[in-house]
Design a protein around this ligand. Structure first.
Ligand code: SF4
Ligand code: FES
Length: 204
């Protein structure tokens, strides 16, 4: 595999063909925030919080680092006025859905995002897709998926699969950057198995 030289935040970085800008940055301990990325899952590029500025031919473009492949001579900036402004607006939008998410609150502090800028939409889900993709790609159960489109898009558990698979797994729980997933799971469980959902966790 051939070696690729690029520059990230003024630092010469050696990467391998096929790596993403995010992987190259992390290989030299340059941190880029992510919300929909997980190393065990296929790149998805949904949240755009990993946006970076890439210079070339006299102009710069914003690109999602988690889905942008490295290329010879690329000049990348992980922090700039444009990058920070984009991340700030994205965080303000996410916070309208999940104002109490500790991950979002920490990032909001770092980027100066105002959690009250947009009217609250009590979905609690930022549609990062981590739960859906983990269940499909790693657990291989497809117990959860997206339903509806546009502003009505949301996650939904499939009760028949939940009843067979989820209690002994719950591998997606720790991935969710908000409280949406556990709430949706417990709601599905309560509606599908109204009596057993009252049992203590240890007896399930
Ligand atoms: S429930 Fe959580 S993990 Fe799943 S898409 Fe929504 S925010 Fe992401
Ligand atoms: S982490 Fe790159 S788009 Fe979400």
């Amino acid at each position: 595999m051939s070696e690729i030289l690029l520059q990230i935040d003024g630092k010469e970085v050696k990467a391998k063909e096929g790596m993403t800008v995010l992987e190259a940055a992390r290989s030299v301990e340059i941190s880029i925030p992510t919300l929909c990325h997980h190393e065990k899952l296929e790149p998805y590029g949904a949240c755009r919080i990993c946006v970076v500025e890439i210079d070339g031919r006299g102009r710069s473009n914003l690109a999602a680092a988690c889905v942008t492949p490295v290329a010879e001579g690329l000049v990348v900036r992980t922090r700039s006025e444009k990058v920070d402004k984009t991340r700030r607006i994205l965080l303000e939008l996410f916070l309208a859905h999940a104002p109490d998410s500790p991950i979002l609150k920490d990032l909001a502090q770092e980027y100066g995002a105002d959690k009250d800028r947009f009217a609250k939409e009590a979905s609690f889900c930022i549609l990062c897709g981590l739960c859906v993709r983990y269940c499909a790609e790693v657990a291989k159960k497809n117990a959860i998926g997206f339903i509806e489109r546009g502003a009505s898009r949301e996650i939904s558990f499939i009760p028949q699969i939940v009843s067979q698979e989820c209690r002994k797994c719950k591998g997606c729980f720790s991935l969710c950057p908000t409280e949406a997933l556990q709430a949706a799971y417990h709601l599905t469980e309560a509606l599908t198995f109204p009596l057993s959902s009252c049992e203590p966790e240890s007896e399930k």
